[in-house]
Design a protein around this ligand. Structure first.
Ligand SMILES: C[S@@+](CC[C@H](N)C(=O)[O-])C[C@H]1O[C@@H](n2cnc3c(N)ncnc32)[C@H](O)[C@@H]1O
Length: 330
């Protein structure tokens, strides 16, 4: 983990969600001086992590930049609904797609030095690549040299497959002779250290959804393919039901998503549902922080919020690359 800093870099957390991006940057010693989030349920979880006192600047489209303190870096996982492959493919014409313009307005008003933005991988091919091209052109016009790349969280410290596009922006007058280097992949940690909830998450015939699950095991696509007894012998096997399909994963978990709470796994010969606590761990939140939500935030919210979040360790790795670029370490 990074330590010594030349100067305490300050950032603002836009589209903050539950603050995974914030945590990744704080782990590098950067200071958060504000956040902006419109979803009150996400804000509730955010405050469990970061305290009740800070001001939420609210809708970033309505922020007067003069009301924000000065800061060096913007972090924003801007909403993906409008670009997502699962969305209606309305792209830049959907008002949510315009949030990028709200962010650019703030960058310019604050003469912001750096930013890290995140979005779904589907943005890359949206409208045959036109949407991405427009975003890159707009950021260039705003005065930034921009690097972008799709990274998989599985390569950056958690056992979760999660491909996302990241943008790192450097104000053109701050471009130096260094190469910006994307972080190097690391070997994923063991999934067993993440599937550790000791709560009542057992999934068996007493649960209503179990019958539906059995249908996934034995439908026209996978007749005779899966035997329950065999699956239950495979500790830490992860199971995901998707459309009519059952997918199995070993030592990793598929992408957490909002609206899909159907991830199961095997532990001690029993099926269990992935819990909200475990989904936070799989997004890189540490145990002590994730525990703060226990008994306070219902799983249905946590699973969806974790599905929307960035991965703490991926942002930490990208932030470290940016700090290296700007020679920020002593
Ligand atoms: C994809 S999620 C990003 C979550 C966040 N990066 C995290 O790690 O949890 C997008 C977030 O942007 C928020 N949002 C959408 N429009 C917004 C706006 N106009 N102003 C502030 N936040 C907004 C949503 O409520 C949602 O929580």
């Amino acid at each position: 983990m990074a330590t010594a800093q030349k100067k305490n870099l300050k950032f603002v957390d836009f589209c903050a969600g539950i603050g995974a991006g914030r945590l990744g940057l704080q782990n590098l010693g950067l200071s958060c001086v504000g956040f902006s989030e419109i979803d009150k349920y996400a804000e509730r979880t955010y405050r469990e992590f970061f305290g009740q006192e800070e001001k939420n600047h609210g809708d970033l489209m309505k922020i007067n930049p003069d009301d924000l303190p000065d800061f060096d870096l913007m972090i924003a996982g801007f909403p993906c609904q409008s670009f997502s492959v699962i969305g209606q493919r309305k792209g830049m014409n959907d008002h949510r797609g315009q949030i990028i313009y709200g962010l650019i307005k703030i960058m310019n008003a604050k003469n912001l030095p750096y930013f890290i933005l995140e979005n779904v991988k589907g943005l890359v091919n949206h409208e045959g690549g036109k949407t991405l091209k427009i975003i890159l052109e707009e950021l260039d016009k705003a005065g930034y040299k921009v690097y972008h790349r799709v990274l998989n969280s599985l390569d950056y410290g958690v056992p979760q497959m999660r491909e996302r596009i990241y943008f790192v922006g450097i104000r053109k007058d701050l471009v130096n002779g260094n190469n910006f280097e994307w972080p190097k992949p690391v070997f994923p940690p063991d999934v067993q250290d993440y599937l550790i909830d000791d709560g009542e998450m057992e999934f068996n015939e007493k649960k209503r959804a179990y019958e539906t699950f059995l249908k996934y095991l034995d439908n026209k696509y996978n007749k005779g393919l899966f035997k329950i007894e065999k699956l239950l012998k495979d500790d830490y096997l992860v199971l995901d039901t998707r459309q009519s399909d059952l997918r199995l994963y070993r030592n990793k978990v598929p992408t957490l998503r909002t609206g899909r709470h159907g991830i199961l796994y095997v532990r001690n010969g029993k099926f269990r549902r992935l819990s909200g606590f475990e989904s936070l761990l799989l997004q890189g939140f540490p145990k002590n922080l994730s525990e703060k939500t226990k008994g306070k935030i219902a799983d249905v919210y946590l699973l969806s919020q974790a599905g929307n979040a960035m991965t703490v360790s991926t942002i930490e790795a990208i932030g470290k690359s940016l700090l290296n670029y700007i020679n920020h370490y002593e």
